[in-house]
Design a binder for this molecule. Structure first.
Ligand code: AMP
Ligand code: ZN
Length: 493
């Protein structure tokens, strides 16, 4: 299969801090690894934004006719909280809180994650490996690093020796541009009380206390793997010791991805990844969306309208459209206004697309559809610039309206090209769900509900409490809740 316009895609590489021409290791094939969720609780909208950015990159690579092996893992063990305390393992903590087995926690939130992805029309990765399914690989890597002097055992745990790594001329901190040498001068642990030689050393394997439920036998006793190691084990197992793209949110650059580079260089002698790609954060009230601070909204709270942040519910296509109106490397602050504007824009795009089949053909074109199509590709080839692509799609919709209003003309061939390009970029690349019918039904349902709210308001003005209560109760029986507030009555589905 021919790659569409080979060597025109440029991607921003965190390593160089520049946009680079994308050249895969094996022509026509792409290996891409994205750090998946830690399934100890529900994913929030911030997580969804990051996964959506990579979903669109995956979609575009497929659109260009690359054969992509897309690996996105599930972290189902070994993710300690920042203090590194074993007893603070997120899964163990959550299982105590919910009175469930850690593996019940993993199952519950993996199912939730998949449900969210389906709602937002994500393509499935080609491999979705789990940390617990790759314990043997992680033990083998750890053994190799101990053998080669890159790691040491301490009280049943194994740590990566950052100082030894740097003394071998390797450079811990290369991705995030940190000078760890300076840190060593100030923080070297001389008293030997600590398990680690240096605070910068990170766990490859952690000793588990007898009551720790998730543990596996190893050459160092029973324990569980450190979080960073799973991604090295799984990415290199499925994509090779050197692969094309590795992605994740910006917050994973350090220490997670820095540790991955160190582990791979120590184990295989070279850097594992050609293009490191990092997404920027979704913020709310100007602050990063995060579970730990409580500044977050869950996807279903947004979709159902069951929250106090947004004035109404929004559908998954609108959320997707809103997210993709920002470039993946820019911060996006979610707000009611942004969602309302996205909803309007999205409907305008859909209305334009629905007119395509009704356009009259002419014997000559007065618009340059070829040039416009190229601009769509240029936008996406410029580091997946979805906001510029969306601006181009609106330009395409402008053409549709001009031809529909008989102000411009297009030949049958150009109308077909306009349609093919608009629909391919909207549905295949941006991942908008092409359910004209379900979209229509949701618009109709909203219309019917607004009509019932108006009838109920009239009943209340006329003091016809029986009718107003009946409307509210019958909707409640259908799980549709009406909320009366300052700005009028809102509904949540
Ligand atoms: P976690 O389950 O915490 O490892 O997060 C899964 C992914 O979501 C990681 O790539 C994070 O970098 C990303 N992420 C976390 N918070 C946000 C946010 N507020 N905006 C965008 N991405 C985020
Ligand atoms: Zn990872």
């Amino acid at each position: 299969m021919q790659i569409y316009k080979k060597n025109t895609l440029r991607v921003y590489n965190t390593t160089s801090g520049k946009k680079e021409t994308f050249t895969p290791i094996s022509e026509g094939n792409v290996g891409m690894y994205v750090c998946g969720p830690t399934v100890y609780s529900n994913v929030h909208l911030g997580n969804v934004r990051t996964f959506m950015s990579f979903d669109v990159m995956y979609r575009y690579l497929l659109h260009l006719k690359y054969k992509v092996r897309y690996v996105r893992n599930i972290t189902d063990a070994g993710h300690l909280t920042d203090d590194g305390d074993v007893e603070n393992d997120r899964f163990v903590k959550q299982s105590k809180l919910e009175k469930l087995e850690p593996m019940e926690i993993v199952q519950k939130y993996t199912v939730d994650f998949h449900k969210v992805l389906q709602e937002f029309n994500f393509l499935e990765p080609t491999i979705e490996p789990t940390a617990t399914g790759h314990i043997i690989e992680q033990i083998e890597l750890t053994q190799r690093m101990v053998l080669d002097g890159f790691a040491y055992e301490s009280k049943g745990s194994v740590y990566f020796d950052v100082l030894a790594y740097n003394e071998k001329g390797l450079n811990y901190g290369e991705l995030s541009n940190r000078n760890v040498e300076e840190l060593f001068v100030n923080t070297r642990n001389l008293d030997g009380q600590n398990e680690k030689k240096n605070p910068q050393d990170f766990a490859l394997w952690k000793n588990a206390s007898p009551q720790h439920i998730m543990q596996w036998p190893s050459p160092w006793g029973n324990g569980f793997p450190g979080w960073h190691l799973e991604c090295t084990a799984m990415s290199t197992k499925y994509l090779g010791k050197n692969f094309d793209i590795h992605g994740g949110g910006m917050d994973l650059k350090f220490p997670h991805h820095e540790c991955e580079i160190a582990q791979a260089k120590a184990s295989f002698g070279h850097s594992p990844v050609n293009y490191w790609m990092h997404t920027n954060m979704l913020t709310m009230n100007g602050l990063r969306m995060s579970k730990s601070t409580g500044n977050y909204i869950l996807p279903n709270e947004l979709l159902s309208g069951n929250n106090s942040f947004f004035e109404k519910s929004f559908d998954a296509n609108t959320v997707r459209f809103c997210f993709l109106q920002a470039h993946y490397r820019s911060v996006l602050d979610i707000s009611n206004d942004a969602m309302v504007a996205a909803e309007k824009g999205f409907h305008r795009l859909m209305e334009g697309i629905s007119l395509l089949d009704k356009l009259n053909t002419s014997t000559a074109s007065t618009l340059h559809i070829d040039t416009w199509k190229e601009q769509c590709y240029t936008a996406m080839n410029d580091d997946f610039n979805t906001p510029v692509l969306i601006a181009n799609l609106f330009e395409g919709i402008k053409y549709v309206n001009l031809v529909n209003d008989k102000k411009e003309t297009l030949t049958a061939v150009d109308i077909a090209l306009l349609k093919e390009t608009l629909t391919a970029f909207t549905f295949d690349v941006l991942g908008i769900k092409n359910s004209q019918t379900s979209n229509n039904s949701s618009i109709k349902l909203n219309g019917v509900l607004e009509m019932l709210i108006t009838m109920r308001n009239e009943a209340r003005i006329n003091k016809n409490w029986a009718l107003s209560d009946e409307i509210r109760d019958k909707l409640a029986a259908l799980d549709i809740e009406l909320k009366d507030g300052k700005e009028g009555t809102r509904f949540s589905l």
